[in-house]
Ligand binder design. Structure first.
Ligand SMILES: *[C@@H]1O[C@H](CO)[C@@H](O)[C@H](O)[C@H]1NC(C)=O
Ligand SMILES: *[C@@H]1O[C@H](CO)[C@@H](O)[C@H](O)[C@H]1NC(C)=O
Ligand SMILES: *[C@@H]1O[C@H](CO)[C@@H](O)[C@H](O)[C@H]1NC(C)=O
Ligand SMILES: *[C@@H]1O[C@H](CO)[C@@H](O)[C@H](O)[C@H]1NC(C)=O
Ligand SMILES: *[C@@H]1O[C@H](CO)[C@@H](O)[C@H](O)[C@H]1NC(C)=O
Ligand SMILES: *[C@@H]1O[C@H](CO)[C@@H](O)[C@H](O)[C@H]1NC(C)=O
Ligand SMILES: *[C@@H]1O[C@H](CO)[C@@H](O)[C@H](O)[C@H]1NC(C)=O
Ligand SMILES: *[C@@H]1O[C@H](CO)[C@@H](O)[C@H](O)[C@H]1NC(C)=O
Ligand SMILES: *[C@@H]1O[C@H](CO)[C@@H](O)[C@H](O)[C@H]1NC(C)=O
Ligand SMILES: *[C@@H]1O[C@H](CO)[C@@H](O)[C@H](O)[C@H]1NC(C)=O
Ligand SMILES: *[C@@H]1O[C@H](CO)[C@@H](O)[C@H](O)[C@H]1NC(C)=O
Ligand SMILES: *[C@@H]1O[C@H](CO)[C@@H](O)[C@H](O)[C@H]1NC(C)=O
Length: 678
């Protein structure tokens, strides 16, 4: 036993040292192959004790870290190569070893090491099992490893140059008719759009709202500094007498009938810097009362205006942003069930077509493709959604079956004939371990793009228009570049004839994202002629971080399903802090057609990409328009930047005129603006 253990160590070390030694002489491909081969050979014929394997692998991991010949990127990819060779035979040992190594190296906190590498349990969103599964799938000789090291090991490798893909074999040639959008009919109906509820099931009235890390307003939220002796928050926050007498620490309730009840006075914890108010706080996810109230404001709005929504789209994220150690399986299921139940209670007969967000899975951010062999780990969620959406009468049996068997995408046709395609954006979300498996060889391992394209080809042939909904905007730095590139090709092929509109959530801001031809380096190429399409990005209900809660609806053409206008509603959260527990006021915010002062936009023209291009131009040339956009983005929260007297909003133009992160980064460079922190 001892001798074979030594042999393993020697072989692994040899492999590592020889890799360093050959770096400059042997081409990278070949060198990687040889390394992999020697590591594969390193799996010894005689069984080693688990202890011995753990010890020797740990030793090798530390030795990689200590090897001064290796660059940061090579260290990361070499560890993956080592990990893959072990994962092929003993994936069960990976979590233990990697977590101990991570803690031992001390480059990240022990708690991050644990959530990253500890074996999955139902209690916390640890991802060690997913990491081990990923290793078995990863092609360490391809770009998988470099992409992984860029996205999941703090940019240890540079972002690889995006390879060129031609996916045009996946569709028939674009027919002549598909170069123009159909003309609107002048008759409209109404569609509701809601997003990003992020219910905080641990929300505790009076708990610390000024916490030092993670999420505030829960029993585990702490400020790293204790409040000074004799501190009281009323003085600390400089509240006047009126504010003190109106402090809102009630047990608020709003049941099915909409009746508002203040309930008992709960009060504040006197040893916190700033207590969580009953209706919510800008640094916290949403208490259920805020979710109920937002949904009720929608029901009230319909009643007051004698108007009803044909259907609603929901662009994802039901679960809170708490630290992964507080994000368990049951909490994920509960959040999903409670929010969808509340939506049903308040919206009654309005069908809701939903997407799952990056938070709506367990462990956080993960989902495996069917062909990976690991999709069974995630079937519970597909089952739950299929069952729930069927029970709530949002989908029929056939549609529910599509959710169950093809949970990265489904489509429904509304009673008026519009097709809505819902896609799970975790299929290209960089935090999902299962993506780092043959990224270049098989960029559509989920089969999601194939599904989407088939649906679009069918609709195009039938002259049917389509809306596509998904959670994470393609332009965020969290979208892998290869799927981003594929997205732009698909959108170009099927716009403007078939794709009538696209909708996202995720950023919590009220935004839009235009797609032009080109890579974004040349700002002057962002012209009407180069416009392809755009996506709406919906504001959140959760106030986190520093936004007022909001929702919107669209007036939609009955024939073409083009969006004719959008109407936004919001509540001023800060007005609920000292309002004696009264019901919040939800108010009209703006109509997009009116608010930006786009000149001469015909009344019968939809708010299509050309309209938003004109808004973007105004933002580029006029600081007041830029301020209007930014104020809407945050729904006039007290944390809204001043765009007129500062350069704080100067990146907004690049943001709204980019559809992929590559385009966005190129634009930032071209415009010489600093990227925002989010
Ligand atoms: C593994 O390492 C631990 C601690 O360094 C040691 O106590 C143990 O004997 C080692 N086991 C083997 C089989 O080498
Ligand atoms: C790596 O370096 C650390 C100090 O940074 C040392 O404690 C450890 O023994 C070394 N490990 C190996 C395997 O060389
Ligand atoms: C829609 O209304 C505009 C005037 O507002 C008119 O020019 C156009 O012909 C109408 N279109 C249809 C299809 O009725
Ligand atoms: C929210 O609404 C649901 C469904 O009507 C109800 O069961 C729940 O008690 C409400 N919660 C609060 C805090 O109002
Ligand atoms: C009040 O807050 C402090 C500091 O966050 C905490 O230690 C204490 O347990 C809280 N008290 C109650 C009753 O929740
Ligand atoms: C928040 O906490 C910090 C200490 O970590 C304190 O300096 C600051 O004044 C607090 N702010 C508020 C608004 O309570
Ligand atoms: C509400 O609208 C419907 C048609 O949408 C109409 O039949 C009804 O008379 C309206 N009711 C009121 C009170 O305006
Ligand atoms: C990667 O995908 C390509 C294309 O589907 C396939 O031919 C190849 O075998 C895959 N490689 C691995 C390592 O799975
Ligand atoms: C962007 O595209 C232009 C024109 O095709 C090309 O010259 C330029 O090198 C590209 N820039 C980047 C950063 O990809
Ligand atoms: C938007 O609509 C206007 C008016 O109908 C039309 O001229 C323009 O070409 C459309 N833009 C796009 C990108 O389809
Ligand atoms: C709430 O915030 C807005 C925006 O900063 C401000 O105009 C308003 O006065 C605030 N209301 C209260 C009650 O503090
Ligand atoms: C870019 O902006 C910085 C300040 O934000 C300025 O110092 C620098 O000169 C600018 N560079 C160019 C090329 O305009």
């Amino acid at each position: 036993m001892v001798s074979s253990s030594l042999k393993l160590v020697t072989l692994l070390l040899l492999a590592i040292t020889s890799q360093a030694a050959v770096t400059r002489t042997i081409p990278e491909e070949q060198q990687k192959n040889e390394l992999e081969q020697s590591l594969n050979n390193a799996i010894p014929p005689a069984p080693l004790s688990d202890d011995a394997i753990v010890n020797s692998t740990l030793h090798s991991l530390y030795a990689i870290g200590n090897n001064t010949e290796l660059t940061k990127c090579e260290k990361c990819t070499t560890r993956l190569t080592l990990g893959k060779s072990l994962a092929l035979t003993r994936p069960d040992l990976i979590p233990e070893i990697w977590s101990e190594w991570c803690i031992g190296e001390g480059k990240t906190s022990a708690s991050t090491c644990k959530s990253t590498y500890n074996r999955n349990t139902v209690v916390s969103s640890n991802t060690g099992t997913n990491f081990a599964n990923m290793l078995t799938l990863m092609d360490v000789t391809s770009l998988d490893a470099e992409y992984y090291c860029y996205y999941k090991e703090s940019k240890a490798c540079a972002l690889p140059k995006t390879p060129n893909f031609d996916i045009s074999h996946m569709w028939p040639e674009k027919p002549e008719k598909a170069y123009v959008a159909p003309e609107p009919s002048n008759d409209t109906f109404n569609v509701l759009h809601i997003s990003d509820f992020h219910i905080e099931l641990d929300y505790t009235v009076g708990a610390e709202a000024n916490c030092s890390s993670s999420m505030c307003c829960t029993p585990h939220s702490k400020n790293k500094l204790e409040v000074p002796e004799g501190y009281n928050f009323e003085e600390g926050l400089g509240l006047n007498d009126d504010e003190v007498s109106g402090l809102n620490f009630y047990d608020l309730q709003q049941g099915d009938d909409g009746q508002w009840a203040k309930g008992e006075w709960i009060g504040a914890n006197k040893s916190v810097w700033e207590p969580a108010y009953a209706f919510g706080h800008y640094e916290c996810d949403a208490p259920e009362i805020l979710i109920n109230s937002s949904l009720h404001s929608i029901a009230d709005f319909q009643a007051a205006n004698n108007l009803s929504f044909d259907f609603s789209i929901f662009t994802g994220d039901l679960v809170d942003h708490d630290e992964l150690k507080y994000t368990g399986y049951q909490m994920t299921v509960d959040s999903e069930e409670i929010v969808f139940r509340d939506i049903k209670q308040k919206l009654q007969d309005i069908p809701v077509y939903a997407v799952m967000g990056n938070h709506d899975t367990f462990p956080y951010g993960e989902i495996a493709s069917e062909k990976s062999g690991f999709s069974n780990l995630f079937d519970w969620n597909a089952e739950l959604m299929a069952e729930m959406w069927y029970d709530l009468e949002w989908l029929d049996a056939e549609e529910a079956q599509m959710v169950r068997t093809h949970y990265t995408g489904f489509s429904v046709t509304t009673k008026r004939g519009l097709k809505v395609i819902s896609l799970n954006s975790n299929c290209w979300y960089m935090k999902n371990h299962y993506l780092y498996a043959n990224i270049t060889g098989d960029p559509d391992q989920f089969g999601q793009f194939e599904f989407l394209i088939d649906e679009l080809v069918e609709s195009e042939a039938n002259d049917q228009r389509v809306w596509i909904i998904w959670h994470i905007p393609v332009s965020t730095s969290e979208t892998l570049p290869i799927p981003a590139k594929i997205w732009t090709d698909i959108i170009e092929r099927f716009s403007p004839y078939t794709i009538a509109a696209m909708f996202n959530g995720h950023t919590h801001r009220d935004e839009f994202s235009l797609l032009y031809k080109g890579n974004g380096t040349d700002s002057s190429a962002k012209t009407e002629d180069n416009l392809i399409n755009f996506s709406w990005i919906e504001q959140a209900v959760t106030p986190w971080v520093e936004n007022n809660p909001g929702w919107r609806y669209y007036t939609v053409d009955t024939e073409t399903f083009s969006v004719m206008d959008s109407f936004n509603y919001y509540t001023k959260l800060n007005e609920t802090f000292y309002n004696s527990g009264d019901a919040p006021v939800w108010e009209f915010e703006y109509s997009a057609r009116d608010a930006y002062g786009v000149q001469d936009w015909p009344a019968n023209a939809p708010l299509n990409a050309t309209f938003w291009h004109k808004v973007a131009e105004l933002m580029h040339t006029d600081k007041q328009s830029l301020q209007t956009y930014e104020s809407f983005a945050k729904r006039f929260s007290p944390f809204t930047s001043n765009c007129v007297d500062s350069s704080d909003c100067d990146y907004d133009w690049c943001y709204v005129t980019s559809f992929t992160n590559e385009q966005l980064q190129n634009c930032y460079k071209a415009e010489n603006v600093t990227a925002p922190s989010y």
